[in-house]
Design a protein around this ligand. Structure first.
Ligand SMILES: Cc1cc2nc3c(=O)[nH]c(=O)nc-3n(C[C@H](O)[C@H](O)[C@H](O)COP(=O)(O)O)c2cc1C
Length: 336
């Protein structure tokens, strides 16, 4: 088994077993509405993002592939995606770009969901050729490029060179003919980051915030010295990232993720400007059950999304983006 392949299994195991961080959505409430003047059957959850119409503003975010075990997880995630007609991202495909024997653990997603919307995944180290091969491997409908500086720096075998990232991202965005989403991996994005991406032609960004899967904790647990306990709080939450990047919300498509456990969390992020919401850890947990129980949990999630829209009096996703909300004072950013 290659180092990258073994790392994939470690990530899944640690993502499932590490202690849960503080709920990143606790500082926000959507306001209760006692007379919604609508029926549950009036709710329309459909919406448009990544240049397509989808029945829900939710998708399965990048996680797995690259080992036997994570190939099986990809298959289960693809079953959920096919049933609900939601997009699904695969995990980083570099392992299969280097070792073609792992391609099957990614291709299984396309085999399981032949007509689904599948999002490929590469790092910002990827060349244009890597990106094109990753897309071809799974006939991807979109491509994610992960930016994971916090993870690399706290990983014993991680990268230390990041100066070329923006150039690579710009080259890939220009060269490929599917939408490109530049995504964090759970530490959030500030306005300066989004500005730079916008200036390089990026049209879709996933701010992927702190408070769910935590790659500093995961890499710390995998490392020999384990010296990064003090960084477990590092990063901006998705809520903070959406607030701080507000100026850019009408310039590019902002997607949010990071710590989403409930449909209520999804609606909070949409209220703050996210056009879609990605979920990783919560779907990963569902795959740990047999298919029947996994589907029951997935169905409940999407049914409850509709029910909570009634609770806030929103008939459709556009109305969700306008409902009143309450927010507790959060960290203030000081620049001068
Ligand atoms: C097991 C696991 C593996 C992941 N691998 C990748 C990856 O290969 N590429 C990537 O862009 N993000 C990866 N992520 C990050 C997620 O896409 C997401 O940004 C992050 O987990 C925050 O979302 P969550 O709190 O819903 O898990 C991974 C997440 C998990 C749980």
């Amino acid at each position: 088994m290659s180092i990258r392949s073994k790392r994939k299994d470690d990530h899944v195991e640690l993502a499932l077993s590490l202690p849960k961080p503080k709920d990143p959505f606790e500082s926000m409430r959507l306001v209760h509405n006692s007379i919604p003047n609508m029926n549950l059957s009036d709710v329309d959850t459909s919406t448009r993002y990544l240049n397509r119409d989808f029945p829900y503003p939710v998708y399965i975010n990048a996680m797995t592939g690259g080992s036997e075990k994570t190939g099986q997880i990809n298959k289960k995630l693809a079953l959920i995606a096919a049933r609900l007609d939601i997009p699904m991202a695969v995990g980083s495909q570099h392992v299969a770009l280097e070792h073609p024997e792992y391609e099957g653990s990614f291709k299984i997603v396309r085999e399981t969901n032949p007509h689904g919307f599948i999002i490929g995944n590469v790092s910002a180290n990827a060349s244009v050729d890597d990106a094109q091969r990753a897309i071809a491997m799974i006939q991807a409908n979109a491509l994610g490029i992960h930016i994971n500086v916090a993870q690399e720096l706290t990983m014993d075998e991680g990268d230390r060179d990041f100066a070329h990232w923006l150039d690579h991202i710009e080259e890939i965005v220009k060269a490929v003919d599917v939408p490109v989403i530049v995504k964090e991996v759970g530490f959030g994005m500030n306005d300066a980051t989004v500005k730079q991406l916008y200036e390089r032609g990026v049209k879709h960004v996933d701010v992927s915030g702190h408070g769910g899967t935590n790659f500093i904790s995961i890499e710390n647990a995998r490392s020999v010295e384990k010296r990064y306990d003090y960084l477990t709080d590092w990063g901006l939450t998705a809520i903070e990232s959406l607030q701080i990047t507000k100026l850019y919300h009408d310039k590019l498509e902002i997607i949010a993720s990071g710590g989403v456990k409930t449909p209520l969390d999804v609606l909070k992020l949409i209220r703050l400007g996210a056009k879609a919401v990605g979920i990783s850890g919560t779907f990963l947990k569902m795959t740990q059950h047999d298919d029947k129980e996994m589907m029951r949990q997935a169905d409940n999630f999407f049914e409850d999304l509709r029910r909570i829209m009634v609770l806030i009096g929103a008939r459709n996703i556009k109305e969700v983006a306008r409902v009143p909300y309450q927010i507790k004072e959060s960290w203030v950013i000081v620049r001068e």
